[in-house]
Design a protein around this ligand. Structure first.
Ligand code: 3PG
Length: 219
């Protein structure tokens, strides 16, 4: 817990090791940001990926960073140097990208953001790892080959660790987490689309709490 102090830059491995699941959060209203983060914290999850997919996303990151020091907020859907800089300025501590480019890698380094770059092929893994990124998001995981793909990558890419994201559920997460090259998974199932609008924060806390049972798989 204490190693997450906001003055110390995080490593990608710290981001991945904190909990079995990184929630992929889409927020349409800045008023939902802090209650959503509180609900996830109450369910035992503090590493929070807020995706840059809505006009409010940066303000949401800023609100969580400012008001909830117990949370560690990151930005998802980081696709450019400008996204990385804006995320860091808003208070994000880590970034997740749907693919990898050198520009995003360098921008995250410059901004002090840990980065989980997205990959879906061997060539992309080689490009990212050549530039020093060996903790990667496998995206879209289920659609691009799932558990079988990760098993195949375990041979040539024996030193690379993955956070599969895309199509992961509470039901299939154990199959992924049981693999030696998977540290955690990512998913939006903890934060269903309508819960924020309905203010059903108890549901988010329940869904987050359920993932604690997955933890033993990686201990
Ligand atoms: C993402 O947006 O990073 C993933 O698409 C999340 O995928 P999911 O909605 O299938 O969990």
């Amino acid at each position: 817990m204490d190693t997450m102090s906001s003055s110390t830059p995080l490593t990608a491995l710290q981001v991945m090791q904190d909990a079995p699941v990184i929630p992929v959060i889409v927020l349409n209203d800045v008023a939902h940001a802090v209650p959503m983060a509180r609900a996830l914290l109450a369910g035992g999850i503090r590493m929070l990926e807020v995706t840059l997919r809505t006009p409010q996303a940066l303000a949401c990151i800023e609100a969580i960073a400012r008001e909830l020091p117990a949370a560690v907020v990151g930005a998802g859907t980081v696709r450019s140097k400008a996204d990385a800089q804006a995320a860091a300025n808003a208070g994000a501590r880590f970034a997740v990208s749907p693919g990898y480019t050198s520009a995003v890698g360098q921008a995250c380094r410059d901004a002090g953001l840990a980065l989980l770059p997205g990959v879906a092929t061997g060539g992309e893994i080689m490009a990212a790892s050549e530039e020093g990124f060996t903790e990667l998001k496998f995206f879209p995981a289920v659609q691009a080959g799932g558990v079988a793909m990760l098993k195949a990558w375990g041979g040539p890419f024996f030193d690379v660790k993955f956070c599969p994201t895309g199509g992961i559920t509470l039901q299939n997460a154990p199959d992924f987490l049981a693999l030696p090259n998977v540290v955690c998974v990512g998913g939006s199932w903890l934060v269903p689309a309508n819960t924020a609008e309905e203010g059903d924060w108890g549901r988010v806390t329940r869904l987050a709490s359920e993932t604690a049972n997955l933890r033993h798989l990686k201990l």
